[in-house]
Write a protein that binds this ligand. Structure first.
Ligand code: NAD
Length: 472
């Protein structure tokens, strides 16, 4: 925890919860049950690295069993500790509730610097971790389903799957024990970009709301907005891509070694290629270097998108942030002190439990695909195309006019897996934005969008507990 921080990450989540709980009518017992982590598993296991034995510290926390399975990513980072994993697991519960994904929240983490290990060593660590989870029944399609997070991706998810299936032979739904897998291993099209795409859909929706835009003095629409992105990993890269393609200008990108700025816009793909080739984001052609990467957060822009790690904006640097909107693509990038500063400055914070929920939404689609054992679109694509073709030919016959080839292609197209996943995600992000904004507008005492999102989440989890009949 940084010196200038009053609250640990988990304490900050509890604080946000308490702030929102005041605007609900739940019994204090229900609120207490929702708040606390239901199961916490901390483990230490040995792994042979070279000719030395290393003891690895790892966690899996199931925050809420109000719905099962529990769901949440696995993080590889030296920041991993019990407090961090508990905070991230709690955020998962609220996130799932906000986007109507029927899971309880969970999170896992291994305290390692993945850059220090070879792929073979990382595989050994991941497989041993999975083994520990299986032993304690902390993984399984109906109990707890991990996914990628900071420092992990499709590769790690396929190691987890392979370890699980080899230890549970014949389990028919085994593919659903983990999400974020490669397509060849039961993954779903669209999962890789889902979190970044969800952030884009969310920001686009918020920017289309005239009342909110008027309050912060910005024109309606995402088009033309100047965007700064911190972190060019899975989430940050895709946020930058979809924002640029959606008509915004990505003026700066920050990585841990430095940041780059170009008022005319940066292309994230070219930046990523440059970083791969030269080993640094700095010295990108046409851009200005910012050697102190944290300064990128303070650049003049319309939308600031932290997409790296938690607590990067705190009481110390928040007063210098010039953005009008802060979109939390990362989990917990703002401390409670930063929230207070932004409330006073009139900066609109779009909270993590809504904005980065695209990942878990599409993980839910992947889980459903694995349980149904059929790819999305397989049954209806051709049927829809044939139906569209005959409607079109009837129209052409009746009107005597011919539809041009491009329009024909568009009209006839039957939905494939990507189409369905993208539209399911867009629908989710639009629907949840409305639920949050409605809750905010219904009660003028709710100070900010984060509190409104927590109110929505607490009410849904509370209803779930009440309907379980645990608290008559
Ligand atoms: P990632 O490991 O793919 O990328 C993170 C990037 O941030 C890395 O490139 C890293 O070098 C960079 N970074 C680290 N510290 C930095 C700093 N101080 N300044 C600038 N850059 C820095 O991780 P990710 O999956 O993109 O996750 C990023 C954030 O999004 C995390 O908070 C994670 O919990 C959250 N998140 C991820 C997902 C997902 O599906 N992957 C879903 C929801 C939320």
């Amino acid at each position: 925890m940084a010196n200038n921080q009053k609250f640990s990450f988990f304490e900050a989540v509890l604080r946000n919860f308490d702030k929102a709980a005041k605007f609900t009518n739940w019994d204090p017992g229900i609120l207490e049950q929702i708040k606390l982590c239901n199961s916490v598993y901390r483990m230490y296991f040995p792994v042979k690295i070279g000719d030395k034995i290393e003891v690895i510290e790892a966690y899996r926390v199931q925050h809420s069993h109000h719905k099962t399975p529990c769901k949440g990513g696995i993080r590889f980072s030296t920041t991993v500790n019990l407090d961090e994993v508990m905070a991230l697991a709690a955020l998962m519960t609220y996130k799932c509730a906000v986007v109507n994904v029927p899971f309880g929240g969970a999170k896992g983490g291994i305290n390692i610097d993945s850059k220090k290990y070879t792929p073979y060593e990382l595989e050994k660590i991941t497989r041993r971790y999975t083994h520990e989870l299986i032993k304690k029944n902390f993984i399984g399609p109906g109990t707890d389903v991990p996914a990628p997070d900071y420092g992990t991706g499709e590769r790690e998810m396929s190691w987890i799957l392979d370890t699980y299936t080899s230890m549970k032979p014949g389990e028919i739904d085994a593919l659903a024990c983990v999400t974020g897998k490669p397509i060849s291993q039961g993954g779903v099209h669209g999962r890789r970009e889902a979190t970044g795409l969800g952030v884009f859909y969310g920001l686009k929706e918020i920017c289309s709301m005239p009342d909110l835009m008027q309050k912060i003095g910005l024109p309606v629409g995402i088009e033309g907005k100047r965007v700064v992105v911190q972190g060019l990993g899975n989430v940050g890269y895709h946020v930058a891509k979809f924002c640029r393609e959606g008509g915004a200008t990505v003026t700066a990108i920050a990585e841990y070694e430095g940041a780059i700025f170009n008022a005319d816009g940066l292309n994230e793909e070219e930046v990523r290629e440059h970083r791969k080739k030269t080993g640094t984001i700095l010295n990108f052609p046409g851009a200005t270097n910012i050697t102190n990467t944290a300064e990128a957060l303070e650049l003049d822009c319309d939308i600031l998108i932290p997409a790296a790690l938690e607590s990067v904006i705190n009481g110390e640097n928040a007063p210098r942030v010039k953005a009008k909107i802060v979109g939390e693509a990362a989990n917990g990038p703002l401390t409670p002190e930063a929230d207070e500063v932004f409330l006073k400055k009139g900066i609109l914070v779009v909270p993590d439990i809504y904005l980065n929920a695209g990942g878990v939404t599409v993980s839910y689609f992947e889980w459903l695909k694995n349980l149904s054992h059929v790819r999305y679109g397989r049954m209806e694509k051709r049927f829809k195309e044939n139906q569209n073709r005959s409607i079109l030919s009837q129209i052409e016959q009746l009107t005597g006019k011919t539809v041009n080839e491009k329009a024909k292609e568009l009209i006839m197209h039957g939905p494939n897996e990507s189409d369905l996943v993208y539209s399911g995600l867009e629908e989710t992000m639009i629907g949840s934005a409305k639920e949050i904004v409605d809750a905010w507008q219904e009660n003028p005492d709710i100070p900010d969008m984060r509190t409104a999102a927590y109110v929505v989440a607490i009410n849904k989890v509370g209803t779930s507990y009440a309907e379980l009949g645990i608290f008559p």
